[in-house]
Write a protein that binds this ligand. Structure first.
Ligand SMILES: Nc1nc2c(ncn2[C@@H]2O[C@H](COP(=O)(O)OP(=O)(O)OP(=O)(O)O)[C@@H](O)[C@H]2O)c(=O)[nH]1
Ligand SMILES: [Mg+2]
Length: 323
């Protein structure tokens, strides 16, 4: 239990054990004659909403890098940048303000994954080696692999870390157009649904097969979203018909897998973020910035400043505890 004195006769108590313990403790103290203080502790009141939010979200980060970035926001990196933005707005200059908003919004691509892992789907024809690649990337046997086609039926997920960020790897049923098995088709539907919410789909093919086969072609639902096509089984002679710009790997002996992982990281995370920089990591922060940008687009500086208010002005209540 941590007891902090926040004013002359006001104390703030932090304890483990969930809401019930906290309520019991409050009742006990009240029964002993301690009056309940205002629901807003002084400690929170001095901070900006983004600082509050960062402290609140910090325990939910999954990797040291995500925690480090969020700690910088808890120390005020985003708050300072937003405060400067409000100052720029007060001078009436729209162009530098627009530029600052764009810079901040560009950090959201990675920032949104401080709490939510990137999702990488391993898809491809049956028997291409998707489950073998999942195991190889993880370094342990998560999935069953077999010479028989159609081994994986349901969606299988596993946690990994790529360039310091949390990644969920997703394996599923192999894709083949000629299947009449309802169970297998249901599995394929699940893979397609996963592709809609994946940040990246790795389309894996068996390099020893003839690329002329319709099932091996890159389907539209893969092509239309961020993807990376890869030729597996490069430990065996690879058919010359596969596009030469599709990287060659072997899930069996590991060749090319490190550079594939590196390429995945490049596509997901891109260049490393400069240390100490402001990062937007919550949808409501991005929405406020987008609204401010829209207002600036209409040369409405007052409305732009108003849109940013919830991000820079300390609120008279504790942050919402919902995720
Ligand atoms: N030679 C060689 N064989 C591989 C490689 N990767 C996978 N295999 C073999 O290919 C067969 C299929 O591998 P899986 O990993 O089960 O393939 P999958 O794409 O998950 O198959 P489904 O779940 O049926 O769609 C197994 O016998 C693996 O051992 C590889 O890089 N080289
Ligand atoms: Mg499989």
């Amino acid at each position: 239990m941590v007891l902090s004195r926040v004013a002359q006769e006001t104390y703030e108590l932090h304890c483990h054990g969930g809401a019930a313990v906290g309520q019991w403790l409050s009742r006990t103290l009240e029964a002993l004659g301690c009056p309940r203080a205002e629901p807003l502790p002084v400690w929170h009141r001095r901070h900006s909403p983004t600082v509050e939010r960062a402290w609140h979200d910090l325990p939910r980060t999954a990797t040291p890098l995500s925690a480090g970035i969020l700690l910088e926001q808890a120390r005020g990196a985003l708050h300072r940048s937003l405060a400067q933005l409000v100052e720029i707005l007060s001078t009436g200059e729209t162009q530098p303000a627009q530029q600052r908003i764009e810079e901040l919004l560009s950090t959201f691509t990675v920032g949104r994954h401080l709490l939510e892992p990137f999702r990488v789907l391993l898809a491809g024809p049956t028997n291409a080696g998707k489950s073998s690649l999942l195991n190889r990337l993880l370094g342990y046997r998560r999935a069953v692999t077999h010479t028989q086609s159609g081994t994986t039926r349901d969606i299988l997920t596993a946690d990994a870390v790529c360039r310091g960020f949390a990644v969920t790897l997703i394996d599923g049923a192999g894709i083949r157009t000629d299947s009449s098995d309802p169970l297998e088709r249901a599995g394929m539907e699940r893979v397609r649904a996963e592709s809609d919410r994946a940040d990246l789909t790795v389309w894996l093919v068996d390099g020893t097969t003839d690329p002329g086969g319709a099932a091996q072609l890159l389907p539209n639902w893969v092509r239309q979203r961020p993807h990376l096509a890869v030729v597996n089984k490069a430990d065996l002679p690879v058919h010359l018909g596969w596009p030469c710009d599709w990287p060659r790997i072997s899930a069996r002996d590991g060749r090319g897998v490190d550079s594939l992982w590196d390429r995945i990281g490049e596509l997901l995370v891109g260049d490393a973020r400069p240390s100490g920089a402001a990062v937007v990591w919550r949808e409501e922060q991005a929405t406020a910035l987008r609204k401010a940008a829209d207002a600036l687009g209409c040369h409405d500086i007052r409305r732009a400043a108003k849109c940013l208010e919830p991000l820079v002005t300390a609120r008279a209540q504790l942050p919402n505890t919902s995720p």
